[in-house]
Design a protein around this ligand. Structure first.
Ligand SMILES: C[S@@+](CC[C@H](N)C(=O)[O-])C[C@H]1O[C@@H](n2cnc3c(N)ncnc32)[C@H](O)[C@@H]1O
Length: 378
């Protein structure tokens, strides 16, 4: 048992992308379970992850037990938690909340664990209050986790982890529904995906600027502005430019923004050279999505222009890919915009960028999209 760390619990939607998001937002993480990472505890770490897309819960001053083989009972767990509480649970009312991740651990009953721990710790200075406790002890029973439907090679033993739930952490991000915005089109990116792409483009600290050369209805620009980041957005279609402007005014984010009509291969001409910038965008693609090269030149043109605008920047984008991208580890043969993934990476490299991460998300039966992160090729 070791204590003192911060643990982050990922939303069950896409564990690999949860871990990538945590990696982008924090200096270093240790993966304990597909849906749990740990990081050294600091106030700035909690601040940084507090507006992430795929982080469900933050637990502080954690301690843990690995369950290699054999069984453990609720009363044995309660003894460990009581020992931990002597150092880490402040005086005041508390509640114990246990939850299963994946298949849980050793068929343990969450209610039994909550009751056993509560009974051991409660006393005059630490009464149990299930309604409005001052402190919440989170207990995670983290078993094998294969429910997300995304291929994941992270194998870890079962784990029981507990600590103090950070009450300032708002939980998994939902965002506002795009249909509530003044300007809506079906191309609008889901706010959670847009927020995730913005977070993935961080190198621990946020960049000083987010640029979206295909802003559409402003899905990405809104998330960046809500995070307080400066935004430069553009689109070839003047209706999209006006629509993004009205959506950004409506969203009232604290990050300042500029919006222009511009082809994506010329953004370096209208915005000039900048430093420490992230390009976050989902480019247009044709009807046949992953089977055709429709949209390829526009995409590569945008990458070249981005490299001229900020050669040391970061790119986070999303590309249409064949559904077999979801079947296992990402193969070089997966089709992306009309060519194999290996060839696509080469074409990206020719524009000055190198792929550092790619992870597929499911769109529908015959389409997936690759969330792709790039850094300078040099
Ligand atoms: C997939 S949509 C982007 C959706 C956007 N992320 C949102 O949340 O609404 C692609 C956008 O690229 C724009 N576009 C198409 N060709 C372009 C080009 N050559 N230069 C700039 N924008 C272009 C389209 O007008 C469309 O708004």
């Amino acid at each position: 048992m070791g204590a003192g760390n911060l643990a982050l619990v990922g939303s069950g939607w896409h564990p690999p992308l949860f871990r990538e998001e945590a990696r982008s937002l924090l200096e270093s993480i240790e993966v304990l379970h597909p849906r749990i990472v740990s990081s050294s505890n600091s106030d700035s770490a909690v601040g940084r992850i507090s507006r992430a897309s795929l982080i469900d819960e933050a637990i502080e001053s954690t301690s843990r037990l690995w369950i290699d083989e054999g069984n453990i009972s609720a009363s044995e767990i309660a003894i460990h938690v009581e020992e931990w509480a002597q150092s880490f649970l402040p005086e005041g009312s508390f509640a114990v909340r246990a939850r299963n991740l994946g298949r849980g651990v050793c068929d343990l009953s969450r209610r039994e664990i909550e009751a056993e721990i509560g009974a051991r710790i409660s006393g005059k200075c630490r009464p149990v209050d299930l309604e409005e406790p001052e402190f919440e002890i989170s207990v995670l029973l983290a078993g094998q986790d294969d429910s997300s439907g995304y291929w994941d090679d992270t194998q870890r033993n079962d784990l029981i982890l507990w600590g103090l739930r950070n009450s300032k952490f708002a939980g998994t991000y939902n965002g506002t529904s795009p249909t509530d915005r003044p300007f809506f089109k079906p191309v609008t990116l889901d706010p959670r995906l847009a927020r995730l792409m913005v977070s993935l483009s961080f190198s621990c600290n946020p960049p000083s600027l987010i640029v979206d050369p295909f802003c559409g209805t402003g899905g990405i620009a809104i998330e960046a502005s809500l995070l307080g980041l400066d935004v430069l957005a553009s689109d070839l279609d003047s209706r999209m430019v006006e629509g993004t402007k009205s959506n950004l005014d409506w969203a009232m984010g604290s990050g300042p923004y500029k919006i222009e009509r511009c082809p994506a291969d010329s953004i370096h001409e209208i915005w000039g050279q900048v430093e420490d910038c992230s390009f976050v965008f989902d480019p247009p693609y044709g009807r046949n999505a992953w089977t055709s090269e429709d949209g390829l030149d526009v995409f590569l043109g945008a990458l070249s222009s981005a490299s001229k605008m900020c050669p040391g920047g970061t790119v986070c984008t999303m590309l249409p890919s064949s559904p077999d991208a979801l079947d296992g580890p990402l193969s070089e043969e997966v089709q992306v915009m009309g060519m194999g993934w290996a060839m696509m990476k080469e074409r990206i490299r020719e524009t000055g960028w190198s792929v550092s991460m790619a992870s597929p998300v499911r769109v529908h039966k015959s389409l997936s999209r690759l969330v792709v992160l790039c850094h300078p090729a040099h």
